[in-house]
Design a protein around this ligand. Structure first.
Ligand code: ATP
Length: 358
């Protein structure tokens, strides 16, 4: 069902290069939906990250979470939580807080090499489906408090959690995605050592696979998987794994596909979705107009695709495709920021992508 009123999307700029790449994504999305014949979006800017600490005393104000609940979806820029003053630095960071609050259990991270995009492994075209709510990230896996603790100054402990329902829902997400791609899923785990936890992850994924007999399944240990990706990333399609393995693997896959600057993602549940580039806030290049906006722009395209499917609105699905093609054409034409070997600025690349959207 298409939404009668304009879609309302949240805008969370974040830190570092966030205020440069988030507006770039909005510019491209606005152009794409206009060309696809959809009404303009209503953008709702909300406080988050360092600016919110300065104004509201917290990096993720309750008012922001409440406002997001009433929106169709939102875009989150990267945050530099390591630079926050204490105690904000020791708390769950802004994206973790939002993911946990809305139970955004699926972190979908494609890694796709573009012709002309300086890929380490040309032909890379895979998607990492990362479980986002539990696993070995101790700040995600408890209802309150953290699963990491220090009984004495010389002893530090962390707790990992894997539950069957959480694995089943992320596995379903991966298998359904595989059906729309090459019908191949690779399960990544470490069941030879973390036998109970990642063993359960592996076994529950294999059980869900039984409902998808048309999808080919294999599995690898996380350590072997890193070597396989470096040698032959092009041979993989959908990879499903737990939280921390997925985080590490997706940075590797993004770099193999050309640059972290082109690695997009969305975080979704069955009712909410958040676009978020897979990379961080890149404080080393912030404010110089040289950040690659493509990861954020492609994350926006993924959000449009999610919205299009949720509301059965083919205009948004079409707009997402237009963005992907516009980005590919721009990179193929040799227009890129320096992380991809080019010399163009953030604003120049953004303008070129808008011009390439047909
Ligand atoms: P986090 O822990 O938040 O992921 P990080 O410091 O590990 O942060 P990034 O902030 O992603 O990682 O930065 C890693 C490197 O990649 C830096 O050299 C940064 O400049 C570069 N980088 C990240 N994003 C981009 C981008 N969009 N364009 C160009 N370079 C980028």
């Amino acid at each position: 069902m298409q939404v009668a009123a304009p879609y309302r999307l949240g805008l969370l700029h974040g830190d570092g290069i966030g205020p440069e790449i988030v507006p770039a994504a909005v510019t491209v999305i606005d152009a794409a939906i206009a060309r696809a014949g959809a009404e303009p979006f209503e953008w709702v800017e909300l406080p988050i990250a360092r600016a919110a600490i300065d104004e509201h005393g917290t990096h993720t104000p309750t008012s922001t979470l409440d406002a997001l609940a009433g929106l169709d979806a939102w875009i989150l820029g990267p945050h530099d939580s390591a630079s926050y003053p204490l105690p904000h630095r020791s708390q769950l960071n802004p994206s973790g807080t939002i993911r946990k609050h809305f139970d955004l259990y699926a972190n979908i991270r494609p890694a796709k090499a573009f012709p002309g995009g300086d890929a380490v492994v040309p032909g890379t075209d895979l998607v990492i489906v990362r479980e986002n709510t539990q696993g070995f990230y101790a700040d995600r896996n408890t209802h309150a408090g953290t699963g990491e603790f220090m009984p004495t100054p010389d002893i530090a402990m962390a707790m990992g959690i894997i539950t069957r329902p959480a694995v089943e829902r992320i596995a379903r997400c991966a298998f359904e995605l595989a059906r729309r791609r090459s019908k191949r899923v690779t399960i990544v785990h470490k069941a030879n050592v973390l036998r109970l936890t990642t063993g359960l992850f592996h076994d529950a994924c294999r059980e869900v696979a039984g409902d998808f007999p048309d999808v080919v399944v294999d599995d690898f240990h996380i350590d072997a998987m890193t070597a396989h990706l470096v040698r032959a990333a092009g041979e993989f399609d959908v990879i499903v794994t737990e939280n921390m393995f997925g985080d590490i693997l997706s940075d590797l896959a993004g770099a193999l596909a050309g640059s972290l600057g082109i690695a997009p993602s969305i975080n979704s549940s069955d009712s909410h979705a958040m676009a978020q580039a897979a990379h961080g806030s890149a404080p080393d290049i912030a404010g110089q107009n040289i950040a690659n906006p493509i990861a954020m722009i492609l994350s926006g395209a993924m959000l449009l695709d999610w919205l299009g499917a949720r509301h059965q609105d083919p205009r948004l699905t079409d707009a997402a495709l237009r963005i992907e093609r516009g980005v590919a054409a721009t990179v193929a034409a040799g227009t890129s920021t320096r992380d991809l070997g080019g010399t163009s600025s953030t604003t120049y690349v953004t303008r070129a992508i808008v011009a390439a959207i047909r």
